[in-house]
Design a protein around this ligand. Structure first.
Ligand code: 4GY
Length: 248
């Protein structure tokens, strides 16, 4: 998978993509991340990338030509029709794990980061395939959203998470919150690790973890519970949880 990011601030990406799992994925050639500065495609003397809005008003708008040329240059990097051009924008479709998985099926993503008051509408209309939002708030630019999308999509690429690949590919997919994790020491500050995890009884541990996931989801994100597929065993565990909560 290749991800080209169109941004006026390429240095912003050095940190997040230069560490840990994303760094390893890049080194392994599983992921190519490339940043393109639209300023390099502004051909006037001052390499201007923004201008005043037609019709008046405050702030600046990103000019279409440098953005268009930057996207066109990105397109030449991959010979594939499995490509998606995405504008990072609060007005877009809200980004979810489902969307991350969907985008991970492409060979090439081009993420366009807006700045100032936004990009010329013709870019949205004629150049990008869709707009994606990472949430209902307004940031100063599309860079952080592009990092979020890249990170979430990257970990969906087979091989990127290594040994824990499989777990992830079926886990959030249950649509439930994660069960609690513990490591050594068994006791710290008098705080104990749940006994069941030390029992060596794997079936019992699985059941306990599933119940914890269900309990957490019920308590913290009941909206998620409503839209996930539960087994008969899950229904039993949920009934157990509700019984315990009611104090019976
Ligand atoms: N939220 N999700 C977001 C954002 C910044 C003005 C257009 C978001 O995706 N992008 O807040 N982007 C704005 C800033 C220009 C982009």
């Amino acid at each position: 998978m290749r991800i080209d990011i169109i941004s006026l601030f390429p240095e912003m990406f050095d940190g997040p993509f230069g560490h840990s799992i994303i760094k390893r994925a890049r080194e392994a050639g599983l992921l190519i991340v490339n940043i393109i500065n639209p300023r390099d495609f502004a051909y006037d003397k001052h390499r201007i990338v923004d201008d005043y809005p037609f019709g008046g008003g405050s702030g600046m708008v990103m000019k279409p030509e440098p953005l268009y040329r930057a996207v066109e240059s990105a397109k030449t990097a991959v010979e594939s029709n499995k490509r998606r051009i995405i504008l990072m924008c609060p007005g877009g479709e809200v980004f979810t794990q489902h969307k991350a998985r969907e985008l991970a099926a492409y060979d090439h993503l081009i993420l366009v980061c807006g700045h100032y008051e936004g990009v010329d509408e013709r870019i949205r209309q004629y150049v990008v395939d869709e707009a994606v939002s990472i949430g209902d708030y307004v940031l100063t630019g599309g860079e952080l959203p592009a990092m979020v999308v890249t990170d979430a999509v990257a970990r969906m690429i087979p091989g990127v998470l290594g040994a824990s690949d499989a777990a992830v590919h079926d886990s959030f997919y249950s649509g439930l919150l994660e069960y609690p994790q513990y490591t050594r020491p068994r006791e710290f500050n008098g705080w104990e690790v749940p006994e069941v995890l030390l029992s060596g009884d794997h079936a019992k541990i699985e059941r306990w973890r599933r119940k914890q996931s269900l309990k957490r989801t019920l308590e913290r994100r009941p909206d998620l519970l409503a839209s996930c597929v539960l087994s008969e065993e899950d229904a039993k565990l949920l009934a157990e949880i509700k019984r315990e909560q009611s104090g019976c």
